[in-house]
Design a protein around this ligand. Structure first.
Ligand SMILES: [Ca+2]
Ligand SMILES: [Ca+2]
Length: 252
């Protein structure tokens, strides 16, 4: 009897000391990336402001060609970008009010609602679609990087992700590095929709309503096999054919 009790106690201690904190940490990480949804009033305001915003249109099926040999755990680039409409940039709209920079990312097809609906290419499934919006200064140096997208997490916990970085400090270990990363702001859309709307706090970005900013943007997807299963640069009709990400000047 005593032994049985002891085993029970050990199991309870393991659950309390390891499993529970582990789960709390996991869900806090997931929810930290997920961000806060808009309230209906906040979304009304976002749509009102975005209605007067600046839109930049992107062509259909214009993924950039990638070279697929570099390795980094996975193969870095898919030489034949997967032609998925939810990974095809359609339009970026930017606008601000006194509190937020609103960012609407539109694609040519709805994001799958669940991992099982994500198409597979020779057994390779897309795991995430991420929009990256970069603010550069007059010397074309990176100032801020905003992230938004859908992450299917191999089907376990599909989630919207968003965060942003400010105060660029240079390239460290081959990656752009920033002094500060924030998980604040609002996000909606994604699964089952052909858009994502985000609100980034202006104050944390060091911006004000009415500022003129210089931006670049692109959409990328990761798969089981490739870091970049596809990349679509935001480049409108005037700049089509350009491989680089053109810089646009926008007053917010
Ligand atoms: Ca496109
Ligand atoms: Ca494009």
């Amino acid at each position: 009897m005593k032994k049985k009790h002891k085993r029970k106690i050990v199991a309870v201690v393991v659950v309390i000391s390891i499993v529970v904190p582990g789960l709390i940490f996991f869900f806090s990480q997931v929810s930290r990336e997920n961000g806060t949804p808009f309230t209906s009033l906040e979304l009304e305001q976002a749509n009102r402001v975005l209605g007067n915003g600046t839109s930049l249109n992107d062509l259909e099926s214009d993924w950039i060609g990638l070279h697929g040999t570099e390795t980094h755990g996975k193969i870095a680039n898919n030489p034949n970008p997967y032609p998925v409409d939810f990974g095809d940039y359609k339009r970026l709209t930017l606008a601000a009010d006194s509190q937020y920079l609103y960012v609407k990312t539109e694609v040519y097809g709805a994001f799958p609602s669940s991992f099982s609906e994500v198409p597979s290419f020779s057994g390779d499934k897309i795991q995430s679609v991420i929009m990256k919006l970069i603010i550069v200064n007059d010397d074309n140096e990176m100032q801020a990087l905003m992230i938004g997208g859908v992450n299917y997490h191999a089907g376990l916990f599909p989630s919207l992700i968003r965060y942003f970085f400010v105060h660029y400090i240079g390239i460290i270990d081959g990656e752009e590095a920033f002094q500060d990363q924030y998980f604040e702001g609002l996000i909606t859309g994604g699964f089952g929709c052909d858009y994502i709307i985000q609100a980034f706090p202006l104050e944390k970005l060091g911006l004000q309503h009415g500022d003129t900013i210089r931006i670049q943007a692109f959409l990328e997807a990761g798969s089981d096999k490739y870091h970049h299963a596809l990349i679509d640069n935001l480049n409108d009709e005037l700049t089509q054919g350009q491989k680089e990400q053109p810089i646009y000047t926008v007053t917010i």
